[in-house]
Design a protein around this ligand. Sequence first.
Ligand SMILES: O=C1O[C@H]([C@@H](O)CO)C(O)=C1O
Length: 609
Amino acid sequence: AKARHFKWEISNMFWSPDCEEKVVIGINGQFPGPTIRARAGDTIHVELKNALHTEGVVIHWHGIRQIGTPWADGTASISQCPINPGESFTYRFTVDKAGTFFYHGHFGMQRAAGLYGSLIVDVAEGEEEPFKYDGELNLLLSDWYHEAVYAQAAGLERKDDHFQWVGEPQTVLINGRGQFGCTLGDVGDFQREIQRDAKAAVCEDEKKTNCSMILRSECGPFCRDTQCGPVVFDVQPGKTYRLRIASTTSLSALNVQVEGHDVTVVEADGNLVEPFDVSNLDIYSGESYSVLLKTLKEGESPYWISVGVIGREPKTLPALAVLRYVAGSTAQSSSSSLPTTAPPETPTWNDVERSRDFAKKLKARAGAEKPMPTNRRIDMLNIQDMVDGQIKWAINHVSLELPATPYLGAYLYNIQDQVFNTTVLPDTFKSGYDIDKPPQEQPEGVPTNATVVSSQVYTFKHGEVVDVVLQNADMRKDDTSESHPWHLHGHDFWVLGYGKGAYSVDATDPPLNVEDPPLRNTVVLFPHGWTAIRFVADNPGVWAFHCHIEPHLHMGMGVVLAEGMEDGKKLEELRKKVPKEAMMCGKTADDAALAARPITPATPPPPSP
Ligand SMILES: O=C1O[C@H]([C@@H](O)CO)C(O)=C1O
């Protein structure tokens, strides 16, 4: 295993992800940030300088479990203090297993501002994947808003009738590239409508070399070498490629299709799955997949890779990339043509049955460890409710509000009650809650508008095996319910099942899958349904578990899990390992400073004459 060192500077910069110039948060002048590539067992050292002038920053390593390094999880207010403008912080953690991951900002809505990149871990030296491939293509998917995240956040916080939802994104991006209001391929009426409304973009410098990729005249041209030029993947015929696909969208659920090619799913969230073939793949924010694609014979024309919105009524054009066949070793093919075919159509956005069927196809790869029996079940009712004039998302009627001091620091210095509300969160919600009614219209006996904003946590003894049943319900509007991708920090979990309506132990049909459930770190909760997962609380730390939709988390849709914090000895060990700079804020600032001070007494001042 190796130590891999990276030096990053994070700053605001002008960029044109979709041909419209805006400000993004970049790393070392790049958007998306640089790809981290490592092998399982390696240690990653990222020395990060915050060159933003007006806000702190943290980076979360999505899907990395941070075993024994909870302070490196990169969640502001939970695992560390934000790194102040001008200051540096070094993340040090082990990537313990192979897989397709990514990293992103986890303070405010910085992920939606473009702070993300890929993190790819290969198997350890000398080890092999149980499948073979000749090459890799990497697709980091995201969505992009023209409105600055500060305006988005402020809109979500407005009171009463002034609440301003972020709406659908302007553009879907593949590897940080997209074309606003414009599509490279021939499209249907709905898409033409969106296109007509939007401004056509032009190549930044048409005379630049390599501007060979002239696209549809009504909205182009786009040069391949501009920031919004389409992604073109060159492939050779008769080979197998591993497509690594990860989604760090702020809002959108996506569906990915490669025209003319079925793919075989082999990995989900860094875990091997029993291979299965699909013609298209759903991916929610926070998820990642690897699929194998077999290329066709020589002389094929180019094909579209299409990434469209599902789950919410789309107002955003599908993103398109090109799969270009090049013969033999002439990788720099002169061919500049786009596919002449119509891009594959995205499945109907609200076909939940189709999406649920896809989700249910995922099973652990044969031979994987089976889950152990559970000790505890927590039901988590997901609702949207009004609190003091603000629209909030809440779990069991508690909407998460993060404290100024990191929870982890509060435990390390034993000052929990100075930092957050220490009343533990309830393991269930009031029986009789009608999930088919909005919170303000609950039947008698069930509290209405009972939601509070709070910093409370769930606590777990080391080694507890915990089932969580996420329960979806009506939003504030009757008969409406949305899908939510839930992401757990610090662990993978088994996905035991998905169901419709209200969860009930007796009526669970089919029963929960404890035979071959897939391990994941993100799972979708479908509209008006439930999702059951199981995890082992064997990684002492304080971890977030939340909806990965950026505006929903901002509206309180998450919970905090304090795990193994009851063991004084373990806490003592942990305290010695945590970099003090991680806790130099809020109520832990003094303790951390004290602990960092050298034992040797300061030199006494010279005696006055
Ligand atoms: O949190 C949300 O708010 C809006 C809507 O419910 C209120 O305008 C929406 O679609 C969300 O997902």
